[in-house]
Write a protein that binds this ligand. Structure first.
Ligand code: NAD
Length: 283
């Protein structure tokens, strides 16, 4: 079955909207600032989609687009200003940043209370010890997909391919927390095929087009494809050789219109959560 991620994304947004309405009633107007530097076409589409999704839930957005050659210092100063701006309840820095910038350093300056992407190490640490309401967006979206489709995770063997801080590590953590046995594979893993072949659930987030082939997937497995790549003809594709793998799966997510949609919806959820922090500040 090909999972309808659009439906699940809409559900996340519909669940979020009443909570946003409640914030408005309490005099809090959720507003996220989306900061971008440069002219990258794909990034502009992403920020447009993020803005649209936020607005659907009643969250205001402010798109701030700087020129490509803005200095790292200037960009960080502008983020610091947004940190102190009471009308901004969340901040998102669209990646990638221009090559002359240290993305890690820039993202770390976002106030933990406004960090909708959960990039700040304080938030990431709190996420790992279960001490925050904020969950990294893609991991949140994947767990919603599994829950929506009533896919049992407890006691299952989940193989996560990719160990990035943005996707691989957070989803491994959440699967582990859901009582799965988790194997994390990466670019230095020998015999990836052997690990994947034994998986009840495969989550792939590598950026390698069509890495997961049919000989790596057991019959009836669940395959969650996080990758957003271009194939040899420039066509969008995931990490999974979809055409050949799909017939083997009990569930699979497509690319495009897959995990990307639930990731954006998760961002809307997090934007509501950071706005909620203001509820307590004002009392
Ligand atoms: P990253 O480059 O930070 O990490 C890639 C990971 O894949 C690394 O841990 C690396 O060890 C592993 N890897 C690379 N080649 C491998 C191989 N041949 N075999 C096994 N492991 C390998 O990337 P990221 O930020 O985690 O993103 C991964 C992919 O997911 C990209 O295509 C990105 O565009 C996509 N992505 C999609 C969403 C979404 O919303 N759908 C969100 C974030 C990232």
């Amino acid at each position: 079955m090909i999972i309808n991620c659009k439906k699940i994304a809409n559900e996340i947004i519909s669940e979020t909207k009443p909570k946003v309405d409640e914030l408005h009633k309490n005099g809090i107007v959720p507003c996220i600032a989306i900061v971008m530097a440069g002219n990258d076409y794909a990034s502009k589409i992403y920020i447009h989609n993020k803005s649209k999704a936020c607005q659907k839930a009643g969250i205001r957005t402010r798109e701030i687009i700087f020129r490509e050659n803005i200095s790292e210092y200037e960009l960080m100063k502008s983020i610091e200003k947004l940190n102190n701006d009471k009308s901004v309840t969340g901040i998102l820095v669209q990646l990638p940043l221009p090559k002359h910038m240290d993305e890690k350093k820039v993202c770390e300056i976002i106030s933990p209370a406004k960090d909708v992407d959960v990039f700040n190490p304080i938030n990431f640490g709190n996420f790992i010890i279960g001490n925050t309401d904020l969950t990294p967006c893609t991991a949140y979206g994947i767990m919603k997909v599994l829950k929506y489709e009533q896919i049992k995770i407890s006691e299952k063997h989940c193989v996560v391919v990719g160990r990035s801080n943005i996707v691989g590590k957070p989803i491994s953590h959440l699967l582990l927390k859901s009582d799965a046995t988790v194997t994390v594979c990466h670019s230095k893993t020998h015999n990836l095929e052997n690990f994947c072949k034994n998986a009840d659930v495969i989550v792939s987030a590598t950026g390698v087009p069509k890495l997961i082939k049919k000989n790596m997937v057991k019959n009836g497995a669940v395959v969650i494809d996080v990758g957003i790549n271009r194939d040899e003809n420039g066509k969008l594709c995931g990490d999974v050789d979809f055409e050949n793998v799909e017939p083997l799966c009990s569930y699979i997510t497509p690319v495009p219109k897959g995990i990307g949609l639930v990731t954006v919806a998760a961002l809307v959820h997090n934007a509501m959560k950071t706005a909620c922090f203001n509820l307590f500040k004002n009392k």
